[in-house]
Design a protein around this ligand. Structure first.
Ligand code: G3P
Ligand code: MG
Length: 243
């Protein structure tokens, strides 16, 4: 029987992108479905287009969004009117903040250049208007410069450092950012990287993990959490362990 060594923190990757479901990634519908399943956190991708923060993953149209060309070459109103196959439209970051409220942790991943200031301003406005706190939020990016900008504007919001491969410095790249977590790619993860991150007091959240044998292997390595497109698979393993 397959089982985890310890429960893994369950982060719905792009809010959960279950194929064959009626929802699509990065939509309010997907977030609601994942929250109903009992995920610990939702991860969303944010682009700044023409002064608006849009929650979507791809740099180009043609996959989840109908049409062609670069996201950046369209106006926000044009993009907001596009209908995905599931019938949903691109939400703004503010709509996502309002829809998730205080239900779960929200990991806001910054895509593309020039998002940091507007992301910080939008979150500040939401927290102010809703009399909320910053505790449930976490910023992440492959662009560590933007994370540094965010640290200067909103130091109280946790930061997660995304990496694609294995840096020569292992997890030391997290130091200047005073990061909460380190987010490596499952394709490159190794024990030395996990051990280095743990010794530095970082949570290790691995992306993108969808297979049960990978969940078990990563749990045995001491990883803390995973980004998954199929939260229900991980939640079942977590539940089996608790019984
Ligand atoms: O934040 C983890 C993961 O979402 C990073 O990759 O390309 O799916 O945004 P991507
Ligand atoms: Mg992402």
């Amino acid at each position: 029987m397959v089982s985890l060594s310890h429960p893994l923190y369950c982060i719905a990757h792009r809010g959960g992108r279950r194929k064959g479901s009626h929802s699509s990634e990065n939509t309010l519908k997907a977030f609601a479905e994942s929250i109903a399943l009992g995920v610990d956190a939702i991860e969303v991708d944010v682009w700044q287009v023409g002064g608006q923060l849009l929650v979507t993953h791809d740099r180009r149209l043609g996959k989840t969004l109908p049409g062609k060309g670069r996201l950046m070459d369209h106006t926000p109103s044009y993009l907001r009117n596009l209908e995905m196959e599931c019938g949903s439209q691109i939400p703004t970051l503010m709509e996502v903040l309002e829809s998730i409220g205080e239900q779960v942790t929200l990991n806001i991943e910054l895509k593309g250049p020039g998002c940091a200031q507007l992301v910080a301003k939008t979150l500040q406005q939401y927290v102010h208007d809703s009399s909320g706190t910053y505790e449930q939020y976490l910023f992440s990016s492959f662009d560590h410069h933007q994370l540094f900008q965010l640290k200067q504007i909103l130091p109280q919001v946790r930061r997660g450092v995304l990496i694609e491969g294995i840096p020569l410095t292992y997890a030391r790249c997290c130091e200047p950012l005073e990061a909460y977590s380190f987010h490596p790619n499952v394709d490159f993860i190794n024990q030395a990287l996990v051990d280095d991150a743990k010794q530095r007091g970082l949570k290790v959240w691995v992306y993108t993990v969808n297979d049960i044998d990978d969940f078990c292997h990563l749990s045995a390595m001491g990883v803390d959490g995973v980004f998954t497109d199929y939260p229900e698979r991980l939640l079942k393993l977590n539940k089996d362990l608790r019984w």
